[in-house]
Ligand binder design. Structure first.
Ligand SMILES: Nc1ncnc2c1ncn2[C@@H]1O[C@H](COP(=O)(O)OP(=O)(O)OP(=O)(O)O)[C@@H](O)[C@H]1O
Ligand SMILES: [Mg+2]
Length: 276
């Protein structure tokens, strides 16, 4: 049995069928990404896997237990930062640490929050509130908050989608380093609309077809050693194969639902970030 298993998962909102027959497994310590077109159901899938919403059909298990709620062992990085605006960066992180490590002292909570903010380069800005920080800095706070709770599982919903290419590249490397430096297996499920980002970070990648009733492609393995350098991946033979395979899945989904052209799917296949 795998650490996380989704079996035949389906989800509708009213009459709108978003997910259908979704199967996915993650081994402990694996980094798996899902790519897909805008509004295909990626966030719905991630929230269902994390227990934030319940599917209408199928089963989801983590460590052999049915997922019915958000696990205390998990962290979720939302698509739009989701920091509490009236609290400083430090307070945002400390609050999560307090809620997780309830038997720790106040000093331990403080030290843990400061340690992770320093790790993401925010040592000097930790007293600032979110509206005083840039988008990249806010996302660093969200990453520090997620790692400071020392999660066993991380759910990441387009964590760098709103950032410029340079900041995005830096934070991708930081995330990869934090996962490897954790000193314990961190299992990660990430949504992205950027295939190169998925190749840089993942052990396996799946494509979510365009809905209604979106479903996952078979997993494409990324057998590249780490650390990976994004500029080298551009022309790496294996990376090119992975990119082509995913493009095939995304275009096949497009052909299957042939009612109208799917420029957004073509854009993903060509590595151009898609506007939401
Ligand atoms: N709570 C909800 N109630 C009703 N419909 C919803 C709800 N959440 C999502 N939807 C609809 O379900 C579909 C899939 O939404 P979802 O947010 O999962 O897509 P996504 O792939 O994450 O999109 P994006 O790329 O824009 O982030 C969309 O048509 C959306 O409007
Ligand atoms: Mg989404």
């Amino acid at each position: 049995m795998s650490f996380i298993e989704l079996h035949d998962v389906g989800k509708s909102y009213g009459v709108r069928n978003v997910l259908s027959g979704v199967n996915l497994t993650l081994e402990e310590g694996e980094f798996v990404s899902i790519v897909g077109a805008s509004a295909s159901g990626k966030t719905t899938l991630l929230k269902a896997a994390a227990g934030l919403i319940l599917p209408d059909k199928g089963t989801i298990t983590m460590g052999g237990e049915k997922v019915t709620d958000f696990s205390r062992e998990a962290s979720f990085i939302f698509q739009n930062y989701s920091l509490l605006p009236w609290l400083s960066a430090y307070e945002n992180v400390r609050l999560a640490v307090e809620a997780t490590f309830t038997d720790w002292s106040k000093k331990q909570h403080q030290e843990q929050a400061e340690k992770y903010l320093q790790m993401v380069g925010l040592g000097a800005a930790m007293r600032k509130r979110p509206n005083q920080l840039s988008g990249g800095m806010r996302q660093r706070v969200a990453i520090a908050r997620a790692f400071a709770t020392e999660p066993r599982v991380m759910f990441l919903d387009e964590p760098f989608g709103a950032l410029d290419a340079l900041t995005r590249g830096t934070l991708q490397q930081e995330l990869s380093t934090l996962c490897r430096a954790a000193g314990r297996p961190v299992t990660a499920l990430m949504i992205t609309n950027n295939v190169d980002e998925a190749i840089l970070l993942s052990d396996r990648i799946l494509a979510l077809s365009r809905g209604p009733g979106a479903t996952l492609s078979p997993a494409v393995p990324v057998n590249l050693s780490r650390p990976r350098a994004s500029d080298l991946l551009l022309h790496d033979e294996q990376a090119v194969r992975v990119r082509n395979r995913l493009a095939e899945f995304l275009s096949a989904g497009s052909d299957r639902n042939r009612s109208k052209p799917r420029p957004d799917l073509q854009a993903i296949a060509k590595e151009i970030p898609v506007e939401a």
